[in-house]
Design a protein around this ligand. Structure first.
Ligand code: 13P
Length: 343
């Protein structure tokens, strides 16, 4: 491997070092607005900064958080005291990352399906992000399960874009996080989720191979294999763990250093319990970790409520959630630990 390649492989490994995972704090402007609405906080630039500053300055969270994904605006922001947020992270040995896709848009000729955009001028944007301190990237593709979908057309279009994005990221000195998310919306069962996830990951790794992406310099961010939200029978954590690992073993090369799951609408507790169950199975060739957005922030957001007076209490909540997921990385989490923290 070249020095460049070795450095990226080491960055990938550092992000998913044992006990660590990723905080996804890269909500786009419309998404953070939605999150703030749940706590009746207006989405101003200053409120967004205060909230992200709270997360990033939580002391001790770096024991469990190896990387944070940022949105463009956040990478350009500084703390109230004028320190760039990216520097706050780097000084705490947390790798700053950046969401570089421009969102999922309607896929032409494919009713109800989406393709992620953002490849135009990506090389130039990456050059700037590198100067701003980011060292990994994220691109999210969305696959919807429904009547007669996903089509192969949709999966292939998204897989190819993920490959193009990943190749450019590596070229420009970033570890690409490859995120093909099979949504848990609908009423399909866990076996349908298994089949669609398997089909998607096959195409994704084919596309990465075709586009010469060095897998040891990448991370995968997939959905867990789950029963859909409205499915009448809900699979428990042991079944989720067994089927997710089986699906990944069928599709993901062992040279990928880490798999960082998205939470995708699971509750905080479900996301922790399921990750814990997977790490109890053991014997996987990759680090099995987290890259949670909602499942790391839901209770913290509530505890903060937009009030400066609540910042310390909210930091405690965030530290606790990060720690629970850090324990789930070793399969040593127990639900009773939730009570200990509350006491
Ligand atoms: P959730 O964990 O809330 O699904 O968010 C993770 C993410 O980054 C989605 O792109």
């Amino acid at each position: 491997m070249t020095d460049h390649g070795t450095q990226l492989a080491e960055t990938a490994q550092a992000i998913v070092a044992p006990g660590k995972g990723i905080l996804a704090a890269d909500e786009s402007s419309p998404t953070i607005k939605k999150r703030f609405e749940t706590i009746n906080v207006e989405s101003t630039e200053d409120n967004r900064r205060s909230y992200r500053e709270l997360l990033f300055t939580t002391e001790g969270a770096n024991e469990f958080i190896g990387g944070v994904i940022l949105f463009d605006e956040t990478l350009r922001q500084s703390t109230a005291d004028g320190v760039p947020l990216a520097k706050i992270l780097t000084d705490a040995s947390i790798v700053p990352g950046i969401k570089v896709d421009m969102g999922a848009k309607a896929l032409a000729g494919a009713e109800g399906e989406k393709v992620t955009e953002g490849l135009d001028r990506l090389r130039e944007r990456l050059e700037e992000y590198h100067e701003l301190g980011a060292r990994f990237t994220k691109w999210r593709a969305v696959i919807t399960i429904g009547d007669g979908i996903p089509s192969d057309y949709c999966i292939k279009a998204n897989a190819w874009a993920l490959g193009r994005y990943a190749a450019l990221s590596v070229e420009q000195g970033f570890v690409p996080i490859v995120e093909p998310e099979v949504l848990m919306d609908g009423d399909h069962d866990i076996d349908t989720c298994f089949d669609v996830t398997e089909r998607t990951l096959h195409y994704v790794y084919r596309a990465l191979h075709d586009q010469r992406v060095p897998l040891e310099q990448t991370l995968l961010k997939p959905n867990m294999v789950l029963s859909a939200k409205d499915c009448p029978t809900q699979a428990g954590p042991q079944e989720v763990a067994a089927k997710t690992i089986e699906c990944l073993k069928n599709t993901v090369p062992s040279s990928v250093p880490g798999i960082v799951f998205l939470s995708g609408g699971q509750t905080e507790l479900e996301a922790t319990v399921n990750l814990n169950a997977m790490n109890q199975v053991g014997g996987s060739p990759w680090q099995l970790s987290f890259s949670y957005g909602r499942a790391l922030q839901a209770t913290t957001l509530q505890a903060w409520g937009g009030e400066a007076a609540n910042v310390d209490a909210a930091k405690k909540v965030f530290y606790h959630r990060a720690r629970m997921n850090g324990l789930a990385r070793f399969g040593t989490y127990e639900e009773s630990m939730e009570q200990e923290a509350a006491a």
